[in-house]
Write a protein that binds this ligand. Structure first.
Ligand code: KMH
Ligand code: ZN
Length: 309
């Protein structure tokens, strides 16, 4: 088996600050946790921003500017800016920071879907901010819009025009076929780094059979032209990514996807999850890839070609 890529998604736009005091919110928090995660072995940092005053997901370039320069200057991890942002944002909003930064990598969600967060309201908690509860409640009528037109716009504006490569986020089998469609149109070139996403209500569930089937169909559609990585939401994170590592795939951790380090126990940091999965994959005989090995493998343009500010 080849080396393994550990991606760490530091904060995301799913969890809210009241769910964990360890969720990084300010630029300084995001930078500090990112540097620690990189030090622990994360070769790729998947990045979202938040409003530092309220903790609300933000796509504003000035909020990204609160941590991108520190990460770019303080570690050699590959910076991967989300183009998904949050499902409540417009595509113009989602694209503003990635267009300004022109990162080595950007996420790209491969289909329009439901993105239901309201089950997280089931647990009683003291809410610290008045936006949190309505934000989760409104997700029962939320469409995460990623039409072929949206996807093409992201591919051309960030990929063709700015040299970014992509973390293709596939929440369902149908998204693999959409990716194949863009490969057939000649808009993207291999190797394709495909992130299989499990456990979002609106996408596929976190069943092992879904992972084996996704790999089977991706093998059929992409042959040797792809690498797969896995992320799974909540308590399915570690079990499913361990399965991915055992199958020769790559892994994503981070507080964007799960706030815990073990059942019922909050992770104290993103790095704690990186350390845990690193130990697991090394015990499985996998060797953690450095950022430069990832650059080589995914044919990235290089850290000196981004506008970190
Ligand atoms: N939060 C993950 C389930 C993106 O940033 O583009 C999906 C995600 C989307 O990472
Ligand atoms: Zn994300």
């Amino acid at each position: 088996m080849t080396g393994i890529i550990i991606t760490c998604a530091l904060t995301g736009s799913i969890h809210t600050p009241s769910m964990s005091s360890h969720l990084p919110v300010t630029g300084a928090d995001i930078a500090a946790q990112g540097l620690e995660a990189a030090q622990a072995g994360a070769a790729i940092l998947h990045l979202h921003a938040r409003d530092p005053d309220t903790g609300r997901p933000s796509a504003r370039p000035e909020h990204f500017a609160g941590f991108v320069p520190d990460l770019a200057g303080g570690c050699d991890a590959v910076l991967n800016l989300s183009t998904g942002g949050s499902a409540v944002m417009t595509l113009d909003e989602r694209l503003a920071a990635p267009l300004a930064v022109a990162p080595e990598m950007a996420s790209l969600n491969m289909g329009t879907m439901n993105f239901a967060l309201y089950p997280m309201l089931a647990r009683d908690r003291a809410w610290h901010h008045d936006w949190e509860r309505p934000f989760l409640e409104a997700s029962d009528d939320l469409v995460f819009k990623n039409t072929p037109r949206d996807i093409l716009r992201i591919l051309t504006s960030l990929g063709t025009d700015r040299g970014a490569r992509f973390e293709f986020e596939c929440y369902d089998l149908s998204h693999l076929y959409m990716l194949r469609h863009f490969a057939d149109r000649g808009v993207i070139r291999p190797p394709y780094f495909i992130q299989f996403v499990f456990g979002v209500l609106g996408g596929m569930g976190p069943d092992p059979e879904n992972l084996t089937h996704m790999v089977r169909i991706a093998d059929k559609l992409f042959g040797d032209d792809y690498l797969f990585s896995v992320l799974a939401a909540g308590r399915f994170q570690m079990p499913l990514i361990t399965m991915a590592a055992a199958m020769g795939g790559h892994v994503r951790v981070g507080l964007e996807d799960s706030l815990t380090i073990a059942r019922g126990q909050l992770a104290r940091s993103n790095a704690e999850q990186v350390v845990k999965i690193r130990e697991i994959v090394e015990r499985l005989g996998r060797v953690v890839m450095t950022p430069d090995q990832v650059r080589d493998t995914l044919r990235l343009k290089g850290a000196d070609a981004i506008n970190a500010g």
